[in-house]
Ligand binder design. Structure first.
Ligand code: NOJ
Length: 536
């Protein structure tokens, strides 16, 4: 299966680019309060350049009471003092641009903080803001207006005694959903985009974009017959009416129109949907998100056949000209190292050699693993609301590990979350000295990707997936690159005579085979992946 390149956005930086996600609380603290900040990120820009990424996406840093650590925004056009100031942001942006790095912001349009002045006005039916949120009377039988659940457990409706009505919140009660059917809400939020675009940002990752539009009649969601008590409460119902409605697509196209006023900066959509529905978010004639986030690597069994089938089906479902993308970890899901153990290197190789824009989560280049969070230190509101489930997100948000100094060089103060137990071994300074470290492997892969069009922009074709081995070909003109991954713990041999007659290893996940040539028969060690040049 091969997909052609898109004409419309073929020159865009993000097609060949690699995005690095920074959770700003946890990257670098410059102020000594144990919480990372914008100035801290600025001081680490050289590291990001040396790593070889093209852009950073920074999770929210706007003023917020931090019930959901910044995903509850109380002012969209400023910086929370804990992260710095607008001046710090401008400096960060200028310094990043000077180094050739792009900056992608996190835009959170589905809900505001309950402390946003808009909500205050709305609950008092003031300033024409009465209808800016989703207000309803309770059901005639008593209780909330419908059966929708919050993503963090419990009902998605809370009663507001000031207004005497219920308001809808897909997440925490402190995160009321905006009413995007109100044109004034739309206009105000589009102005937020313009505010940051005027400052020069390079794009947005849009939080839960697929949920901005809800069923107008707010019909009850149907029961999900497959739910089990070990799954989050929200999954007890199918999310049929609370998101992914047909009228979301024209709205995203309008959002793209706002971005088009400033060139065509990147629009990424956060969308957790099956691939068939996900690809609709590229929009009619690609008028939707440039990159609807593809979370399939987070959700697919780590096994050759399943991965091969998943990649092939994603490639096949992409609309004509749509550009793929891949996410291996993020701030909401367990880190890759904890999901795949000995396969962390193979996973990094896969992420950085697939066709499409990869998003690399901070710390994955060190293989940061699970951190046990002692109950008194739990901060994640979801973990606190559904304590019986393994949903805690704190352990994927722990501080970046820079060196062996106090608190791993993250902060001079007590970090807001604990470090991994192995931080004094697993840190940037140490890994930089080890040519075979995961950090150096990541760098090699990023360098190679940049230097080889077959990897950055070339076509993708599945060669084989089964018996623990996944092999695919990337190609651009005459340049052909083979990626062969051993997903198992036993050595494997593969004949590559259907592909060519002589080959050279460019990179092994063990970092020790570069330059090795072979004819047709490839040996793979346990948990080894290789990038191979086809010589003839
Ligand atoms: C998705 C974000 O990634 C997550 O961290 C947040 O809790 C919810 N949206 C609510 O904004």
């Amino acid at each position: 299966m091969t997909n052609a390149a898109a004409p419309a956005t073929s020159g865009a930086w993000w097609r060949a680019g690699v995005i690095y996600q920074i959770y700003p609380r946890s990257f670098q603290d410059s102020g000594g309060d144990g919480v990372g900040d914008l100035e801290g990120i600025r001081r680490r820009l050289d590291y990001l350049v040396s790593l070889g990424v093209d852009a950073i996406w920074i999770s929210p840093f706007y003023p917020s009471p931090m019930h959901d650590f910044g995903y509850d925004v109380s002012n969209y056009c400023d910086v929370d003092p804990i992260f710095g100031s607008l001046q710090d942001f401008d400096l960060l942006l200028a310094d990043a641009h000077w180094r050739g790095l792009k900056i992608v912001l996190d835009f959170v349009p589905n809900h505001t903080s309950i402390e946003h002045e808009w909500f205050e006005a709305s609950r008092q039916r003031r300033d024409d803001k009465s209808d800016w949120y989703i207000w309803r009377d309770g059901a005639s039988s008593g209780g909330p207006p419908n059966n929708w659940r919050s993503h963090f457990g419990g009902p998605a409706w809370s009663f507001d005694p000031v207004r005497g009505q219920y308001y809808y919140h897909a997440f925490l009660p402190q995160q009321p959903d905006l009413n995007w059917r109100n044109p004034n809400v739309k206009a105000a939020m589009f102005d937020v985009l313009r505010f940051w675009l005027r400052r020069g940002v390079d794009g947005f990752r849009v939080d839960v974009i697929s949920q901005l539009m809800k069923d107008e009649a707010l019909r009850d969601n149907p029961v999900n017959p497959h739910w089990t008590p070990l799954r989050p409460q929200i999954e007890e119902l199918e999310q049929l009416y609370s998101g992914d409605q047909a009228d979301i697509h024209p709205l995203i196209a309008e959002m793209r129109g706002v971005l088009a006023e400033y060139g065509d900066p990147l629009l990424i959509g956060e969308i957790y949907l099956p691939v068939e529905r996900l690809v609709a978010y590229y929009g009619a004639a690609l008028s939707g998100a440039h990159l609807p986030f593809n979370f399939q690597l987070l959700e697919t069994r780590w096994e050759a056949e399943s991965l091969g089938a998943m990649i092939a089906s994603y490639e096949a479902l992409l609309p004509e000209g749509a550009w793929p993308n891949w996410v291996l970890s993020n701030h909401d899901r367990p880190r890759v190292a904890t999901r795949v153990d000995a396969q962390a290197r193979v996973a990094t190789m896969l992420l950085l050699t697939l066709r499409g824009t990869p998003t690399l989560y901070y710390g994955d280049e060190l293989g940061i693993g699970h951190v046990d969070i002692p109950p008194p230190r739990i901060r994640d509101p979801w973990a606190l609301r559904e304590p019986s489930l393994p949903v805690g997100r704190d352990s994927v948000r722990t501080p970046m590990q820079w060196n062996r100094s106090a608190n791993a060089g993250f902060s001079t103060g007590e970090p807001w979350l604990p470090l991994t137990p192995d931080w004094s071994e697993r840190n940037v300074e140490r890994f930089e000295k080890d040519p075979a470290s995961l950090l150096n492997l990541t760098r090699m892969l990023l360098d190679y990707r940049r230097a080889h069009r077959s990897l950055s922009l070339g076509s993708w074709r599945l060669v084989e997936s089964g018996s623990d081995v996944l092999v695919f070909e990337r190609r651009s003109g005459e340049e052909r690159t083979i990626v062969a991954l051993n997903l198992g713990a036993a050595p494997r041999l593969r004949r590559l005579d259907s592909i060519g007659s002589s080959f050279r290893v460019a990179i092994s996940t063990y970092c020790d085979r570069t330059g090795e040539t072979f004819d047709q028969e490839l040996g793979l060690r346990p948990d080894e992946g290789v990038v191979i040049e086809v010589l003839g």
